[in-house]
Design a protein around this ligand. Structure first.
Ligand code: NAP
Length: 419
């Protein structure tokens, strides 16, 4: 664990990777933390205080998080030099310690790295983008019953159209592709087309669905829905559905019942089992609006997942309280889903909710579910009491505006007062 410009904390231990890709968590895990740019430092300070309070309340010092500051974005450029947006030290630290948290990062304009977030996902093979979406009482939302939506979306993070295989209209490559499709497959494509290729693999699909089903079993959820557009794209989206069902039957037979098997059980899901069904993507958007409480865990391809995550977040009142995690085996990086909001940098104003809820995902990933529960309750009760940051205050009649740090203090008070 030799670093160029980092010194790892001495008072903690590394999370270990098991041979099956799962992790073993010591009592004092070292967690690399990228505080992020813009509002990132304010949010990170608040998040660390809240998480430390919950862990202390539950374990009374027997367990703790040992935070390890590592760098990316503008802080990295300042420390490591021009154009070093994601230093090797940071990648190495995440590989050494397995689970990390990051605040929002500036995407450099006109040169440098294309996106630090994308680079992290690729280098660490963080193949699942996981987005839980649930309503917090009191937050203004555009639908009548936002509390009925409580889902977790597993979005495949590495392939589909995001693989980036594209040929620009008018180039020789695009013309070659069009000619090839015509000569070889008798498929007509307009001569003035750009071409994009959508790869979807067995391995990529199965490992994503496997993770979603494992989550459902561990957290005692009753339903995993495979979302796809297989009626049109049979060999990519349709195949994703088929491979998803294959994983369910071949690897989790004792735990799952397929929708097509429900008749054998009198139309009712037997106790303790997880139902696996599938829905066409466009119908799923309607379903989540009209019958949100019928869905729990969603496993889907990359593009569908991006649309669905943001649509669901909007349904419960916006992206401000939406956390995210990029999870692979064995690495995981949890992150706020919003950007750096530079105009609020260092003003102690912005809402730390998304980063705090990302840290909740990290606690759940470590298996520290009781700490996670306390933080969620604390946040929920703080919002219910209408003591909120400016972004929520301006939409909530009768609310009291508090700073980022005061908001954290309110959550901590509620954690400390919890039974
Ligand atoms: P943004 O930083 O998300 O900010 C847009 C607006 O959203 C803010 O002006 C603010 O709205 C609101 N907002 C965002 N986070 C908030 C918070 N925690 N609390 C309260 N309000 C919040 O989007 P952007 O201005 O397009 O992007 C700025 C930089 O962030 C860019 O460099 C972009 O590439 C980067 N970015 C990074 C990530 C990431 O690291 N995951 C994600 C997205 C963007 P009001 O002004 O209306 O109050």
């Amino acid at each position: 664990m030799a670093y160029e410009k980092l010194t790892a904390p001495k008072n903690g231990d590394a999370i270990a990777a098991n041979s099956d890709g799962t992790i073993s968590v010591p009592n004092h895990p070292i967690i690399p933390c990228i505080e992020g740019d813009g509002i990132g430092p304010d949010l990170t300070k608040a998040m660390v205080r809240v998480i430390d309070a919950a862990v202390k309340k539950v374990f009374g010092g027997k367990k703790s998080i040992v935070w390890f500051d590592v760098y990316a974005g503008e802080a990295s450029v300042a420390k490591y030099g021009e154009n070093v947006w994601l230093p090797d030290d940071t990648i190495q630290a995440i590989k050494d310690y397995k689970v990390a948290i990051k605040g929002p990062l500036t995407t450099p304009v006109g040169g440098g790295i294309r996106s630090i977030n994308v680079a992290l996902r690729q280098i660490l093979d963080l193949y699942a983008c996981v987005r839980p979406v649930r309503y917090f009482s009191g937050v203004p939302a555009p639908v009548k019953e936002p509390e009925k939506l409580d889902v977790i979306i597993y979005r495949e993070n590495t392939e589909d159209i995001y693989k980036g295989i594209e040929f620009k209209e008018g180039t020789d490559d695009a013309k070659d592709m069009i000619k090839f499709l015509k000569d070889r497959y008798k498929k007509e494509v307009n001569f003035d087309s750009g071409i994009g290729i959508k790869p979807v693999s067995i391995q990529g699909s199965k490992r994503l669905v496997r993770m979603a089903i494992q989550y459902a079993i561990e957290k005692k959820k009753r339903l995993v829905t495979l979302v796809h557009k297989g009626n049109i794209m049979k060999f990519t989206e349709g195949a994703f559905r088929d491979w998803g069902y294959e994983v369910a039957v071949q690897e989790f037979r004792d735990h799952v019942v397929l929708e097509s098997e429900l008749d054998q059980h009198g139309g009712k899901l037997p106790a303790g089992k997880v139902l696996i069904n599938d829905r066409i993507a466009d119908s799923m958007f309607q379903q989540l609006l009209l019958r949100p409480d019928e869905y729990q865990v969603i496993a889907t391809l990359n593009l569908n997942g991006e649309y669905l995550s943001d649509a669901c977040a909007a349904q419960i009142g916006g992206l401000g309280l939406a956390p995210g995690a990029n999870i692979g085996r064995p690495y995981a990086v949890v992150e706020a889903t919003h950007g750096t909001a530079p105009k609020y940098a260092n003003k102690d104003m912005a809402n730390p909710g998304s980063l705090i809820l990302s840290a909740v995902m990290m606690l759940e990933h470590l298996g520290w579910d009781e700490c996670a529960r306390l933080v969620i309750e604390g946040l929920e009760n703080t919002i219910k009491a209408k003591t909120v940051t400016y972004d929520l205050e301006r939409q909530m009649p009768g609310a009291t505006k508090v700073s980022t740090s005061q908001f954290a203090t309110h959550i901590i008070e509620k954690i400390n007062a919890a039974k």
